[in-house]
Every structure is written in structure tokens, then in C-alpha cells.
Design a protein around this ligand. Structure first.
Ligand SMILES: Cc1cc2nc3c(=O)[nH]c(=O)nc-3n(C[C@H](O)[C@H](O)[C@H](O)COP(=O)(O)O)c2cc1C
Ligand SMILES: [Fe+2]
Ligand SMILES: [Fe+2]
Length: 401
């Protein structure tokens, strides 16, 4: 995509990445991702954010459509993760006179990531920079997504550049703004990004939202995905709900199974929930990438986990999923557990320990020997029904989750 003016004197000059298979080396990108960067053109010119290193040339090409890159006065580094900062060495070569602006916390990273020590200035929280006709103001928002992160706000046009906050997976398919797409089609990829990338920092996200609440914002221009000009409140609302761990009163059944015994029980659990009139989603942890499992668990308040015993413990794909939920600090789930064993059950008690440590509401569990008997299946159905009944008693589904 070529450069595009988003407000008078403010241009999107980012890039689409449709070739990286795994974001951060872990998270699949079937729909790609964009690295949004923005030019703010006053008497002085600032570039806000950048792109991953292999896309630096394309970024420079887009900048060149608006100004010769050597005219850049400032490189604003909101965040040091290399999906944005990777282009810095090439940008510095193209604009040797430009000053890098970042928080104090970013300075050692600039030195250790790229050997950049000179031509750098730390900006303080709330500091303003008059570009002549455009005014930038910097707000530190630590841990959204790293400790050094800040958001930049352009005061005359009321545009917020919050970097990773309010971003999402999904490249920009020829368009840029929320009013040019069916936003609902993007929301699943935005939530997969939120839950996997920034979810563990939900508290800092809420703190950042609170901190920026006093600012008059007309456009939210994040560094991944759509630019929000029609309804910036919508993305703030989605992020707030997800960060507060609000979820639909529905059930996600995540199971793993080697020989089908635990899988049979997963079907019975799902039927039990469905019979109570509660929507259910069943996901095989061995076959579906964990990033989708995390997203689905973030969406729904009910979570039933099924795992056979494996090497005395939890079947590895389910254990990995649970481990990541711990790392992402997902809270406030209504949970059921089930699993088969060959000689001495270990998976269900071990899942129980983890669930209790997480402070989740454990409704019940079914551990069974080998193939499920009709009685085991009936217990699984009852487990699904019990989780569903617990959810029905909770608040109705907030819109947009
Ligand atoms: C590699 C491997 C390791 C296992 N380790 C244990 C174990 O430590 N304890 C146990 O009781 N069963 C163990 N089992 C047996 C399974 O838990 C048992 O066969 C179970 O019924 C499989 O359920 P599934 O059909 O849902 O995979 C192991 C099986 C495999 C293949
Ligand atoms: Fe990041
Ligand atoms: Fe990022």
C-alpha cells in the first residue's frame, strides 16, 4: 500500500506483512499483519514508529512519496519491539540528522539492540514538542507492551498514536480506516492479537486507558491494523472489556486425546452444556494452534479442559495451553475438568492444582479409567450442564465480545 493522508499533514506510511508466518516466532499470521508508521509534517517533520527490519526499504519508499527521507527531523520510537524498531538502522542511514525520541527506559535498548547511542533524546511523561504547525505530546504507558513504551499524541489534529495498544492482527486489505471495512470481520484477529500479545498486561492497558481518558481524541492510529476515525470509542471499549476479562456466558471445551477416549467425553460435556441452552465451542488442543485456543478462552467465561494422563501428568498440548493462560494471567473463569488414564490418573489432579492456583471457579471434575463407560459419559454430560447452569446465573453477554 502506498502513503495515505489520514488528517491534514499526517500520513500513514506503513507496510503490510503477508510473508512472516509466525509473529514473534510463535503466533501464526494467516491474514498477515501491518506495521503502521506515520509522518507528521509541520515545519519540522517526525516519523512515528517504523517497521520490522525486512520492510525498512518499503517504509522508506512510502516516506519518499511525501518527503525525501533525509528531511526527517525526528524518529519517534514509541516502543522498542523490533516489529517497529527494526527499521531504525536503515532510517538512521537515510536521515542521519534525525533525532531519536524515546523514553529513558528505551535508551539501553537502543544501544543494545542497534548500537544507537548518539542523536537520541529521552522525552519525559507529558512533554510537548512543537514541530511548527503540529505539536506532539508524549505519554508514558509502561508495559503496553514493554516497560519503555509510550504513546504520542498530535494536539492540533487530535490524533493518538498508541503503538501496540488498540492494534490487531490482519493486514490492511487496500483500506486503512474503520469506516472502510466491516469491523466485525476484523475483530477475531484483533482479539487474537490482544489475548496473545498484550493480554498479560491487561492491568497496564486499563491504566493507560485511564491515563489517556482526559485527552480529546478524534483518531486512534495504532501501529498494527485499522485506524479508528469513525468510532475510536469502539476499539477502546473492546480493549477495556477484554482487559477486564469480561466474557460471554458460554462454554469453550478444550481437549486433547491420543486414542479417542477423552475426545468422546469432550462430546458429552458439550452436549450437556448445549442441552442447558448455552452455546459451546469444542476445540482440539492437539490440532488447533494455541493462539486460537487462548482467544476462544478469552471470549467465553466457561472453560472445560480435557486431557488424558501422559507421563504421569497433563497431556502436553493441553498443559501448554494451560501454561500460557497462566502466563497471560487470564482471570475469572468457570471451569470443569475431565480426563482418561491408563493405570494411575495424574492429569485431572494436576489440572486441578493449576486451576486452584489461578483462583478460577472449579465446578467439577471427572477422571476415568481407559474408555468412558456409559456412567462416565453421563457424568461428563452433567459436568457440561453444571458449568452451563453456573454461567446462566451470571451477567448477560456484553455486546461485541
Ligand atoms: C506416551 C504415553 C504416556 C502415558 N502415561 C501415562 C501415565 O503416566 N499414567 C497413566 O495412568 N496413563 C498413562 N498413559 C495412558 C493414557 O493416559 C491412557 O491410555 C488414556 O486412556 C488415553 O486417553 P485418550 O484416548 O484420550 O488419549 C500414557 C499413554 C501414553 C501414550
Ligand atoms: Fe510490542
Ligand atoms: Fe507491535
Amino acid at each position: 500500500m502506498s502513503a495515505r493522508e489520514i488528517r491534514p499533514g499526517i500520513f500513514w506510511v506503513g507496510v503490510n506483512d503477508r510473508t512472516t508466518d509466525l509473529f514473534e516466532g510463535v503466533w501464526p499470521l494467516p491474514h498477515g499483519v501491518s506495521y503502521n508508521a506515520y509522518l507528521v509534517v509541520g515545519e519540522k517533520i517526525a516519523l512515528i514508529d517504523g517497521a520490522k527490519a525486512p520492510f525498512a526499504e518499503e517504509l522508506l519508499r512510502n516516506i519518499s512519496e511525501i518527503i525525501p527521507p533525509e528531511k526527517l527531523d525526528y524518529l519517534v520510537v514509541n516502543h522498542m519491539e523490533p516489529d517497529h524498531s527494526g527499521s531504525l538502522p536503515q532510517l538512521r542511514r537515510a536521515a542521519p540528522g534525525a533525532t531519536v525520541l524515546a523514553t529513558q527506559h528505551a535508551l539501553p535498548m537502543l544501544a543494545h539492540f542497534y548500537g544507537i547511542t548518539g542523536g537520541v533524546r529521552a522525552v519525559s511523561d507529558g512533554e510537548a514538542l512543537d514541530l511548527g504547525g503540529k505539536v506532539l505530546r508524549f505519554f508514558h504507558i509502561p508495559f503496553v507492551h514493554w516497560p519503555e513504551t509510550m504513546a504520542t499524541y498530535e494536539e492540533t489534529q487530535k490524533v493518538l498514536f498508541p503503538c501496540d495498544a488498540f492494534g490487531g492482527f490482519h493486514a490492511l486489505d487496500g483500506v486503512l480506516f474503520d469506516d472502510e471495512v466491516d469491523v466485525a470481520e476484523y475483530e477475531d484477529e484483533i482479539l487474537r492479537y490482544f489475548s496473545n500479545i498484550v493480554g498479560m498486561h491487561s492491568k497496564p492497558v486499563l491504566r493507560a486507558i485511564e491515563k489517556l481518558a482526559g485527552i480529546e481524541i478524534e483518531v486512534i492510529a495504532p501501529s498494527h491494523g485499522l485506524v479508528w476515525r469513525k468510532d475510536p470509542g469502539h476499539i477502546v471499549e473492546l480493549y477495556s472489556r477484554w482487559a477486564r476479562m469480561e466474557a460471554r456466558p458460554e462454554v469453550t471445551v478444550v481437549f486433547g486425546s491420543m486414542y479417542g477416549f477423552t475426545a468422546r467425553m469432550a462430546e458429552a460435556v458439550a452436549q450437556g452444556s448445549a442441552e442447558e441452552g448455552v452455546p459451546v465451542r469444542v476445540l482440539d488442543a492437539g490440532r488447533i494452534h494455541v493462539s486460537y485456543l487462548i482467544r476462544e478462552a478469552w471470549k467465553r467465561k466457561g472453560l472445560v479442559l480435557g486431557a488424558p494422563t501422559y507421563d504421569t501428568g497433563i497431556f502436553p498440548p493441553v498443559e501448554y495451553f494451560l501454561r500460557l493462560l497462566e502466563r497471560k494471567r487470564l482471570r475469572d473463569r468457570v471451569v470443569g475438568l475431565f480426563g482418561s488414564y491408563g493405570w494411575k490418573g495424574g492429569s485431572v489432579p494436576k489440572m486441578r492444582e493449576r486451576v486452584e492456583a489461578l483462583g478460577w471457579d472449579l465446578v467439577g471434575e471427572v477422571s476415568f479409567h481407559g474408555a468412558p463407560t456409559p456412567e462416565d459419559l453421563a457424568r461428563a454430560r452433567e459436568l457440561g450442564a453444571e458449568v452451563a447452569r453456573r454461567l446462566r446465573g451470571s451477567a448477560p453477554s456484553p455486546k461485541g465480545l
